[in-house]
Design a protein around this ligand. Structure first.
Ligand SMILES: C[S@@+](CC[C@H](N)C(=O)[O-])C[C@H]1O[C@@H](n2cnc3c(N)ncnc32)[C@H](O)[C@@H]1O
Length: 400
């Protein structure tokens, strides 16, 4: 595994990453703040920008149609957002959903996702995550509390972000909060609680889901001038607790490379993606500062990677498809003739409204068919669907 920074749109890169290959995903995407962000002039981040404004367009309409095909109820929910909020929020949620679907696919069974957001869209994102990850896999709504900036008089001042944490599979998730103990409050205040024994007191306590971590101070040497840079302490806590040593951390909106620097220092492999080329310079500057021996120890790429888990398909697409059909759907098939030029599948029933595909089958081919789409497919349509999906993937792969 080679540490890698991709500078490109993350959706295309994510589609090229292998299924179940990542231990931990942290993302800090745009929040739909309706702002244009720019790096501080005369700082390391000078020249970097990203636009956090969203409009509904022909492209987003096509994107929502694609979601409709694989998860109709989720698409219906996204469509409803124009009524409860706005078309702009609907566009933002369409963008996020496409990426969340891919991130769910590439997470290992033991993996988890931390999605950093704020109250502007956190309620919509949580519902989207419930659809994609399953509400049973929701683990925490972490409140990152910071004390910075002015205090308006017209309402309570907003001093927190939200980090939504989901497991790929709640029963298998890797998690070790004992390695991120924090001092007891009394330690900070210089007094010792007599009810806590010495050893326990000295080893500190396990954090709750409310995290008091200071933002990066204006004079801090950690500061790059990048407008939405997150503190290393925040990422250190997430990575230590949720990624095993030697595991792989992915940040698909990596900005000034905070996640990558933290993962690097904590001896985890990392993959960063950012649409801005400026991220490369920021990463190099920060590696020089924190671990200069790692500066040449990563690769920078812009092209879509080749999915390593789909190699079986290119070997013999047709035979692989039919083998899978035979293995999985044999009870419905009367005749199956695997001939180079004519392929005959004679079905045992004309209309089969519900077919269960084993997880192995889906994993083997990277074809994701959710329950509702299976219900609406007849067997013959399903065969075509699988065929088209595999052909399309094989073509994409051979073009790479
Ligand atoms: C809030 S910032 C991330 C800040 C980062 N956590 C840090 O500590 O510096 C969001 C980042 O997402 C990137 N971004 C926005 N849309 C993207 C896309 N479609 N693909 C990849 N990156 C994108 C922006 O360029 C920006 O750097």
């Amino acid at each position: 595994m080679q540490n890698t920074l991709f500078t490109s749109d993350n959706l295309t890169i994510l589609t090229g990453l292998a299924t179940e290959s990542i231990d931990l995903i942290y993302i800090d995407p745009p929040f739909n703040s309706n702002r244009l962000y720019s790096g501080k002039i005369d700082s390391k981040a000078s020249g970097s920008t990203f636009n956090d404004t969203w409009i509904w367009s022909v492209e987003t309409e096509t994107d929502l149609e694609a979601i409709l095909k694989i998860n109709p109820s989720l698409a219906t929910f996204i469509e409803s957002i124009q009524t409860s909020n706005s078309k702009s929020m609907m566009s933002y949620c369409t963008f996020m959903t496409q990426r969340i679907i891919e991130m769910h696919r590439i997470l290992k069974d033991t993996g988890s996702l931390y999605l950093h957001c704020d109250p502007t869209a956190s309620h919509y994102l949580k519902i989207i995550l419930d659809y994609v990850f399953g509400k049973v896999n929701f683990k925490n709504e972490i409140v990152w509390s910071y004390n910075w900036g002015g205090r308006p008089k017209d309402c309570w001042s907003k001093k927190h972000d939200i980090i939504l944490m989901y497991a790929k599979n709640k029963n298998k998730m890797f998690f070790d909060s004992t390695c991120v103990r924090i001092p007891y409050k009394t330690q900070i205040e210089g007094r010792k609680n007599p009810l806590i024994d010495e050893e326990k007191f000295n080893s500190g306590q396990i954090p709750t889901d409310v995290w008091d971590i200071p933002i990066i101070h204006a004079m801090s040497k950690e500061r790059t001038g990048y407008p939405t840079q997150k503190p290393l302490a925040l990422l250190d806590r997430i990575i230590k607790a949720s990624c095993p040593l030697g595991g792989v951390v992915l940040d698909a909106f990596c900005g000034s490379a905070t996640t990558l620097i933290s993962a690097n220092q904590l001896k985890r492999y990392w993959i960063g993606i950012d649409i801005e080329h400026k991220s490369l310079k920021l990463l190099i500057d920060r590696l020089k500062m924190y671990s200069s021996d790692s500066v040449n120890d990563f690769i920078h790429r812009t092209e879509v990677p080749q999915r390593t888990d789909l190699s079986l398909i290119t070997l013999d697409v047709k035979a692989a498809v039919f083998k899978a059909i035979k293995d999985n759907l044999s009870k419905y098939i009367k005749t199956l003739d695997l001939n180079e030029n004519k392929s005959i599948i004679e079905l045992g029933a004309d209309e089969i409204s519900s077919i269960e595909l084993s997880m192995d089958f889906q994993n083997m081919f990277g074809v994701s068919i959710n329950e509702s789409s299976i219900e609406s497919l007849t067997l013959i349509k399903l065969v075509h669907y699988i065929n088209n999906e595999l052909m399309e993937k094989a073509c994409r792969k051979s073009l790479c």
